[in-house]
Write a protein that binds this ligand. Structure first.
Ligand SMILES: [Zn+2]
Length: 233
Protein backbone atom coordinates (compact mmCIF):
# COMPACT_ATOMS: atom_id res chain seq x y z
CA UNK A 1 0.00 0.00 0.00
CA UNK A 2 2.78 2.31 0.93
CA UNK A 3 4.56 1.40 -2.34
CA UNK A 4 1.38 2.00 -4.42
CA UNK A 5 1.00 5.39 -2.74
CA UNK A 6 4.56 6.28 -3.66
CA UNK A 7 4.01 5.17 -7.29
CA UNK A 8 0.82 7.26 -7.48
CA UNK A 9 2.73 10.21 -6.09
CA UNK A 10 5.51 9.75 -8.64
CA UNK A 11 2.91 9.41 -11.40
CA UNK A 12 1.22 12.66 -10.44
CA UNK A 13 4.59 14.36 -10.16
CA UNK A 14 5.61 13.15 -13.63
CA UNK A 15 2.29 14.28 -15.10
CA UNK A 16 2.64 17.70 -13.52
CA UNK A 17 6.21 18.04 -14.74
CA UNK A 18 5.23 17.02 -18.29
CA UNK A 19 2.31 19.43 -18.29
CA UNK A 20 4.34 22.34 -17.01
CA UNK A 21 7.10 21.51 -19.48
CA UNK A 22 4.61 21.64 -22.38
CA UNK A 23 3.25 24.93 -21.11
CA UNK A 24 6.77 26.30 -20.83
CA UNK A 25 7.48 25.13 -24.37
CA UNK A 26 4.42 27.01 -25.54
CA UNK A 27 5.64 30.13 -23.78
CA UNK A 28 9.10 29.58 -25.22
CA UNK A 29 7.56 29.28 -28.70
CA UNK A 30 5.87 32.62 -28.17
CA UNK A 31 9.12 34.14 -27.07
CA UNK A 32 10.84 32.69 -30.12
CA UNK A 33 8.25 34.24 -32.37
CA UNK A 34 8.85 37.61 -30.70
CA UNK A 35 12.57 37.24 -30.91
CA UNK A 36 12.38 36.58 -34.67
CA UNK A 37 11.25 40.19 -34.96
CA UNK A 38 14.11 41.25 -32.69
CA UNK A 39 16.66 39.34 -34.78
CA UNK A 40 15.50 41.06 -37.93
CA UNK A 41 15.87 44.43 -36.26
CA UNK A 42 19.33 45.96 -36.66
CA UNK A 43 20.92 45.27 -33.28
CA UNK A 44 23.30 48.20 -33.69
CA UNK A 45 20.37 50.62 -33.98
CA UNK A 46 19.61 52.56 -30.79
CA UNK A 47 16.25 51.80 -29.19
CA UNK A 48 16.10 54.52 -26.55
CA UNK A 49 16.10 58.31 -26.90
CA UNK A 50 17.58 60.91 -24.61
CA UNK A 51 17.95 64.69 -24.98
CA UNK A 52 20.93 66.68 -23.73
CA UNK A 53 20.11 70.33 -23.08
CA UNK A 54 22.52 73.19 -22.39
CA UNK A 55 21.31 76.29 -20.54
CA UNK A 56 22.55 79.85 -19.99
CA UNK A 57 24.80 80.21 -23.03
CA UNK A 58 26.24 80.91 -25.37
CA UNK A 59 29.59 81.94 -23.97
CA UNK A 60 33.08 82.08 -25.44
CA UNK A 61 34.63 79.52 -23.05
CA UNK A 62 32.49 76.40 -22.98
CA UNK A 63 30.04 76.69 -25.87
CA UNK A 64 32.60 76.29 -28.72
CA UNK A 65 34.04 73.22 -26.96
CA UNK A 66 30.61 71.69 -26.49
CA UNK A 67 29.70 72.34 -30.14
CA UNK A 68 32.93 70.74 -31.34
CA UNK A 69 32.35 67.59 -29.27
CA UNK A 70 28.74 67.26 -30.38
CA UNK A 71 29.87 67.59 -33.99
CA UNK A 72 32.59 64.97 -33.53
CA UNK A 73 30.09 62.44 -32.18
CA UNK A 74 27.35 63.51 -34.61
CA UNK A 75 24.97 64.21 -31.75
CA UNK A 76 22.09 66.72 -31.77
CA UNK A 77 21.31 68.71 -28.64
CA UNK A 78 19.15 71.61 -27.50
CA UNK A 79 20.53 74.96 -26.32
CA UNK A 80 18.32 77.12 -24.11
CA UNK A 81 19.97 80.45 -24.72
CA UNK A 82 19.81 83.78 -22.91
CA UNK A 83 18.52 86.55 -25.18
CA UNK A 84 21.18 89.22 -24.70
CA UNK A 85 23.90 86.65 -25.34
CA UNK A 86 22.42 85.79 -28.73
CA UNK A 87 23.49 89.18 -30.10
CA UNK A 88 26.95 88.89 -28.51
CA UNK A 89 27.71 85.41 -29.86
CA UNK A 90 26.05 85.34 -33.25
CA UNK A 91 28.64 82.96 -34.70
CA UNK A 92 27.87 80.34 -32.05
CA UNK A 93 24.12 80.63 -32.60
CA UNK A 94 24.64 80.15 -36.33
CA UNK A 95 26.93 77.18 -35.67
CA UNK A 96 24.15 75.57 -33.58
CA UNK A 97 21.61 75.95 -36.35
CA UNK A 98 23.97 74.82 -39.10
CA UNK A 99 24.80 71.66 -37.14
CA UNK A 100 21.17 70.70 -36.61
CA UNK A 101 20.88 71.61 -32.95
CA UNK A 102 17.72 73.06 -31.50
CA UNK A 103 17.57 76.50 -29.90
CA UNK A 104 15.18 77.21 -27.06
CA UNK A 105 14.27 80.40 -25.21
CA UNK A 106 15.75 80.83 -21.71
CA UNK A 107 14.54 84.45 -21.20
CA UNK A 108 16.36 87.67 -22.06
CA UNK A 109 18.46 88.17 -18.92
CA UNK A 110 17.69 85.20 -16.67
CA UNK A 111 15.22 86.54 -14.08
CA UNK A 112 12.69 84.58 -12.03
CA UNK A 113 9.82 84.89 -14.51
CA UNK A 114 7.16 84.21 -11.87
CA UNK A 115 8.29 87.29 -9.92
CA UNK A 116 7.69 89.60 -12.88
CA UNK A 117 4.56 91.42 -14.03
CA UNK A 118 2.72 89.92 -16.99
CA UNK A 119 4.03 92.44 -19.52
CA UNK A 120 7.60 91.92 -18.28
CA UNK A 121 7.30 88.14 -18.65
CA UNK A 122 6.06 88.64 -22.19
CA UNK A 123 8.93 91.02 -22.92
CA UNK A 124 11.53 88.53 -21.60
CA UNK A 125 10.26 85.80 -23.88
CA UNK A 126 9.48 87.96 -26.90
CA UNK A 127 12.81 89.82 -26.94
CA UNK A 128 14.65 86.50 -26.88
CA UNK A 129 12.56 85.08 -29.71
CA UNK A 130 13.24 88.24 -31.72
CA UNK A 131 16.99 87.96 -31.08
CA UNK A 132 17.10 84.33 -32.26
CA UNK A 133 14.92 85.10 -35.25
CA UNK A 134 17.09 88.08 -36.27
CA UNK A 135 20.38 86.23 -35.88
CA UNK A 136 19.46 82.74 -37.05
CA UNK A 137 16.22 83.22 -38.95
CA UNK A 138 14.39 80.54 -37.00
CA UNK A 139 11.21 80.52 -34.97
CA UNK A 140 11.56 79.21 -31.43
CA UNK A 141 8.99 76.70 -30.20
CA UNK A 142 10.39 75.77 -26.76
CA UNK A 143 11.07 77.83 -23.66
CA UNK A 144 12.58 77.01 -20.30
CA UNK A 145 12.05 79.56 -17.51
CA UNK A 146 15.23 80.22 -15.48
CA UNK A 147 15.19 78.26 -12.19
CA UNK A 148 12.02 76.56 -13.48
CA UNK A 149 10.27 79.68 -12.17
CA UNK A 150 6.86 79.43 -13.78
CA UNK A 151 3.25 79.80 -12.74
CA UNK A 152 -0.09 79.91 -14.58
CA UNK A 153 0.66 83.39 -15.94
CA UNK A 154 4.00 82.30 -17.40
CA UNK A 155 2.36 79.23 -18.95
CA UNK A 156 -0.43 81.24 -20.54
CA UNK A 157 1.97 83.88 -21.92
CA UNK A 158 4.20 81.11 -23.26
CA UNK A 159 1.29 79.49 -25.06
CA UNK A 160 0.13 82.91 -26.38
CA UNK A 161 3.56 83.07 -28.02
CA UNK A 162 3.03 79.54 -29.44
CA UNK A 163 5.75 78.04 -27.28
CA UNK A 164 5.88 74.88 -25.26
CA UNK A 165 7.37 74.63 -21.77
CA UNK A 166 10.41 72.32 -21.69
CA UNK A 167 11.80 71.37 -18.29
CA UNK A 168 13.99 68.32 -17.58
CA UNK A 169 13.94 64.91 -15.91
CA UNK A 170 17.62 64.59 -14.90
CA UNK A 171 19.53 67.31 -13.08
CA UNK A 172 23.16 66.38 -12.37
CA UNK A 173 23.79 69.86 -10.94
CA UNK A 174 26.70 70.42 -13.31
CA UNK A 175 26.46 74.17 -12.64
CA UNK A 176 28.01 73.52 -9.22
CA UNK A 177 31.09 72.04 -10.96
CA UNK A 178 31.12 68.84 -8.86
CA UNK A 179 33.74 67.19 -11.09
CA UNK A 180 33.22 65.55 -14.45
CA UNK A 181 33.07 62.01 -13.03
CA UNK A 182 30.18 62.94 -10.75
CA UNK A 183 28.33 64.70 -13.56
CA UNK A 184 28.68 61.58 -15.73
CA UNK A 185 27.68 59.07 -13.03
CA UNK A 186 24.62 61.06 -11.95
CA UNK A 187 23.33 61.10 -15.52
CA UNK A 188 24.09 57.45 -16.27
CA UNK A 189 22.43 56.40 -13.00
CA UNK A 190 19.11 58.00 -14.01
CA UNK A 191 19.17 57.78 -17.81
CA UNK A 192 16.17 56.09 -19.39
CA UNK A 193 14.17 56.25 -22.58
CA UNK A 194 12.68 59.74 -22.85
CA UNK A 195 15.00 61.46 -20.36
CA UNK A 196 15.80 65.16 -20.74
CA UNK A 197 19.12 66.11 -19.14
CA UNK A 198 19.70 69.59 -17.72
CA UNK A 199 23.25 70.77 -18.42
CA UNK A 200 24.94 74.14 -18.72
CA UNK A 201 27.52 75.77 -20.97
CA UNK A 202 30.29 75.18 -18.41
CA UNK A 203 33.87 73.91 -18.63
CA UNK A 204 33.36 70.74 -16.54
CA UNK A 205 30.28 69.91 -18.55
CA UNK A 206 32.34 70.11 -21.75
CA UNK A 207 34.99 67.89 -20.13
CA UNK A 208 32.35 65.31 -19.13
CA UNK A 209 30.76 65.24 -22.57
CA UNK A 210 32.92 62.76 -24.57
CA UNK A 211 32.69 59.97 -21.97
CA UNK A 212 29.04 60.74 -21.32
CA UNK A 213 28.13 60.51 -25.01
CA UNK A 214 30.15 57.32 -25.52
CA UNK A 215 28.54 55.65 -22.48
CA UNK A 216 25.01 56.64 -23.48
CA UNK A 217 25.58 55.33 -27.01
CA UNK A 218 26.96 52.07 -25.61
CA UNK A 219 23.78 51.72 -23.57
CA UNK A 220 21.70 51.98 -26.74
CA UNK A 221 20.66 55.61 -26.51
CA UNK A 222 20.14 57.88 -29.47
CA UNK A 223 20.84 61.50 -28.52
CA UNK A 224 18.21 63.80 -29.97
CA UNK A 225 16.82 67.31 -29.62
CA UNK A 226 13.95 67.98 -27.21
CA UNK A 227 11.44 68.51 -30.04
CA UNK A 228 12.52 65.23 -31.59
CA UNK A 229 12.07 63.51 -28.23
CA UNK A 230 8.63 65.08 -27.61
CA UNK A 231 7.25 64.06 -30.99
CA UNK A 232 8.16 60.41 -30.35
CA UNK A 233 4.94 58.58 -29.47
ZN1 LIG B 1 19.48 79.12 -16.45
Amino acid sequence: MKRAGLLLYLGVLLFTLTLSFSLTSFAADDRDRDSVVDVNRDASKPTKKIALTFDDGPNREATPRILKILEKYDVKATFFVVGWRVYNFRDLILNMVQNGHEIGNHSYDHPYLNKLKDDEIKKQLQMTNTAIEKVAGIKVTLYRPPYASYDDRVLSIGSDLSMELALWTINPEDWRSPGKEIIISRILRDAQDGSIVLLHDKTQTAEALPTLIESLKEQGFELVTVSELLKTP
